[in-house]
Design a binder for this molecule. Structure first.
Ligand SMILES: Cc1cc2nc3c(=O)[nH]c(=O)nc-3n(C[C@H](O)[C@H](O)[C@H](O)COP(=O)(O)OP(=O)(O)OC[C@H]3O[C@@H](n4cnc5c(N)ncnc54)[C@H](O)[C@@H]3O)c2cc1C
Length: 472
């Protein structure tokens, strides 16, 4: 590892922040990771776990305008928009509609492939390097269809993937039964993409990376960042609730997920960043039928195309995650969405239905099962004392036996492209946020690109489409 006499502060210890910290440390920088809630406290905790280099289709596709009334009317649809949030989200939605133009979509698909294409290779290398290889599986994923119309409707997106070199395998009903024997008979056919992997515990994966950074001399601090302090066009520290920190940082990286927009706007950089809220439920294998529950769920991550939910086999649990709710950051969780996920999971895997039917209470899983306000395991800050860590471990032990539900905030731009760029106003401020549905997938590449922006090396891909100036 080369050594440079420079230090970098990274705001946000989600998967993007920890990957940036890792790559910066590999490039020889002293690294400080700062997060108000701990490692993987945000979207990186509860996602569907898929490392999916084929996830290159933007959310805003041609014809999206026609679908919007349905999003407003159907509270149980895969994409819902809370009417009350409509006025706040209008600028984002206008840009979202503009991004659905066919020419732009074609360009966005190609751009996303440049970022996501190396994901499994990079994630595997990174996981191995930090001792998290045991959390990664490379078994591909299925998209399963319960109607011929949905299968046909997806053909265009699959053709776009094929044009990017992605091998999409058609799976007929019999082959689907053979691959996923417990998937309901109502599924008619599927498509299999083999270049996908998944992690069986996304939060543990991020924590392994953070632990590796700390073990190699990095610092992890717990603080609520309220702004980036600047002087004469340079960042001079990170403003927090308790004062200015990281004043020795030669550069600052904002990787605060869906909360990054406020920090960028604080230094005068315009950005359209909102959130596509998503939910998950988790059914522990021990819930019922202890010997067989593990065997009657998904064998590999399986997307129910119509419902837009992924069923993923996780460590000791089955997780169903997905759907999109446009309702902003502050509206309370709408647990009706997780009730819906539970019903959908039971329909996908009928053998899970009896266990799901026994659930009358769900544990809210905000931070790894830790009650709000307690420290997360793996956080080496002055605030995390041994007692808090022990109580969190106990909470986690209980939580692993308990069905859990979770709300998370995808950091979403209207064109589905993240921001990976240097601030045009603050020369030593770097942005790495807005990864929407593919942050777990793209985090290692993003971290590597962040390091290139700071070292001055030529980035391996064209970063112009990821520029923050597209929002000026
Ligand atoms: C239901 C669901 C399923 C998904 N499935 C997948 C999938 O299968 N594959 C995939 O690739 N992606 C998936 N995603 C998307 C993925 O989870 C996100 O893109 C990714 O986690 C974003 O990572 P991040 O580090 O940018 O943000 P986050 O994980 O949200 O991390 C941001 C961090 O910044 C901290 N922070 C924020 N503000 C401040 C502040 N002011 N001061 C200090 N700290 C701050 C937060 O505490 C948090 O820890 C899914 C998302 C959801 C919701």
């Amino acid at each position: 590892m080369p050594q440079r006499d420079q230090s970098i502060a990274v705001v946000g210890a989600g998967i993007v922040g920890v990957c940036a910290a890792y790559h910066l440390q590999q490039a020889g920088y002293r690294v400080t990771l700062i997060d108000r809630d701990g490692v993987a406290a945000g979207a990186s905790h509860g996602n569907a776990g898929c490392i999916n280099p084929s996830s290159i289709i933007p959310v805003a596709m041609p014809g999206v305008l026609k679908k919007m009334p349905g999003w407003l009317m159907d509270p149980d649809g895969p994409l819902v928009l809370r009417p009350r949030y409509l006025p706040t989200m209008l600028p984002w939605l206008m840009r979202f509609l503009a991004a659905s133009d066919a020419t732009r979509v074609a360009a966005q698909v190609k751009t996303l492939r440049t970022l996501a294409g190396s994901a499994l290779r990079e994630s595997t290398a990174l996981a191995d390097a930090v001792g998290a290889g045991h959390l990664l599986r490379s078994v591909g994923h299925l998209t399963a269809y319960s109607t011929q119309a949905a299968y046909d409707g997806d053909s265009g997106s699959m053709q776009r993937r094929a044009a990017e070199g992605i091998v999409v395998e058609d799976v007929d009903r019999d082959a689907l039964r053979a691959r996923e024997p417990h998937l309901a008979d109502t599924f008619l056919r599927a498509r299999y993409i083999g270049e996908t992997g998944h992690v069986i515990d996304p939060a543990a994966y991020a924590k392994h990376i953070a632990d590796h950074v700390r073990a190699h001399g990095g610092t992890i601090l717990r603080a609520n960042v309220t702004g980036i302090a600047t002087r004469d066009g340079r960042a001079i520290g990170v403003q927090t609730d308790t004062g200015l920190i990281a004043t020795d940082a030669d550069a600052i990286v904002v990787a605060a997920g869906a909360w990054s927009g406020a920090l960028a706007r604080g230094v005068g950089d315009k950005v359209l960043l909102d959130t596509e809220r998503g939910y998950h439920i988790e059914i522990p294998h021990t819930l019922a039928l202890p010997d067989s529950l593990a065997a009657v769920g998904p064998r590999i991550p399986t997307l129910w195309a119509e419902a837009k939910i992924f069923a993923t086999p996780m460590a000791g649990r089955v997780r169903a995650a997905g759907t999109v709710e446009l309702a902003g950051m502050s509206a309370p969780a709408n647990w009706r969405r997780t009730d819906l996920l539970a019903r959908q999971l039971a329909r996908m895997y009928p053998a899970l239905a009896p266990a799901i039917a026994t659930i009358d209470t769900w544990q809210d899983s905000h931070r790894d099962g830790a009650p709000p306000g307690t420290a997360s395991v793996g956080m080496a800050s002055g605030h995390a004392d041994a007692r808090a860590a022990a109580s969190t471990s106990a909470a986690n032990a209980v939580a692993s036996e308990t069905p859990r539900r979770w709300l998370g905030f995808r950091p979403s731009t209207p064109d589905s492209l993240p921001v990976i760029d240097r601030s045009p106003r603050v020369s030593n401020l770097i942005y790495a946020f807005g990864h929407g549905h593919i942050g777990l997938t793209c985090a290692p590449a993003t971290g590597r690109l962040v390091a290139a922006l700071i070292t001055g090396e030529t980035p391996t891909i064209d970063l112009r489409p990821f520029a923050i100036t597209r929002f000026q």
